[in-house]
Design a binder for this molecule. Structure first.
Ligand code: ZN
Ligand code: FE
Length: 259
């Protein structure tokens, strides 16, 4: 079991920090800001050896140069399909990232949609999915089509139900608020919202969730459930004939609801 803790950054980002068993070495995922990571490393007596990034947005890579300035031996992994400075290894689907000091190995998945070259890391029962899949939601389509994003999410949906979903933002309550518009009668969703509200009231993260819970409650993974299909058809005023169309309608619905 990996030792993973959040380093909060900006208003709602989580930079995930992995510690090795000796408590001396650390890896981080999507360090948008160096300062809070440097502070945590110093307080915990950790040396940064590894940086994993999922996509090129500044709130995910903005801290990389500051971290390697402080830890010049740190190795940086990231997507082959995006322009990101300072990458040591450029990854695409099928690549493996072996991190023996953390007893971990991750597989790389291409998950385009939020950005064109977005990747995810899967292994050791965890998923680092950046801004592709969120707890209760999914990333906006900045550089991809609904078809691409739906295909990416269907790849993630095939992972085991007990996979821990480490996304990069605390957007959960807003996401679940929208999810209730799509599925007002989904009991699992209502129970989840109550539990996640209680977490936030105690100042705790709602992340990680599990993929099993996402499959029960996240409308963006439920593009083939009759309740979601009919809500999406009602929103868009036409018959929707495939999962990408249903996904696209729900994504468009959420975008228009909050703009
Ligand atoms: Zn992003
Ligand atoms: Fe982000």
């Amino acid at each position: 079991m990996l030792d993973i803790t959040p380093v909060p950054a900006f208003s709602d980002n989580y930079i995930w920090l992995i510690r090795d068993a000796s408590g001396r070495k650390a890896a981080v995922v999507d360090p948008g800001d160096a300062q809070p990571v440097l502070q945590t490393l110093a307080e915990s007596g950790l040396t940064l050896t590894t940086i994993l990034v999922t996509h090129h947005h500044a709130d995910h890579v903005g801290g990389v140069s500051g971290l390697i300035a402080a830890y010049p031996d740190a190795v940086v992994y990231g997507p082959a399909g995006e322009r990101i400075r300072d990458l040591t290894f450029k990854l695409r689907e099928g690549d493996r990232v072996a991190l023996p000091e953390f007893d971990a190995e991750f597989r790389v998945l291409d998950v385009p949609g939020h950005t064109a070259g977005h990747i995810a890391y899967v292994g050791e029962g965890v998923l680092f999915c950046g801004d592709t899949l969120f707890a209760g939601g999914c990333g906006r389509l900045f550089e991809g089509t609904p078809q691409q994003m739906q295909a990416s999410l269907s790849k993630l949906r095939q992972l085991p139900d007990d996979t821990l979903v480490y996304c990069a933002h605390e957007y959960t309550l807003a996401n679940l608020g929208f999810a209730k518009w799509v599925e007002p009668d989904n009991e699992d969703l209502l129970a989840r919202e109550e539990a996640d509200m209680a977490q936030r009231e105690r100042g705790r993260p709602t992340v990680p969730s599990t993929l099993g819970l996402e499959k029960l409650t996240n409308p963006f993974l439920r593009y083939d459930m009759p309740s979601v299909v009919s809500a999406a058809e009602q929103f868009s005023g036409q018959a929707l004939t495939n999962p990408a169309e249903v996904f696209g309608a729900v994504r468009y619905w959420k975008d228009s609801a909050y703009d």
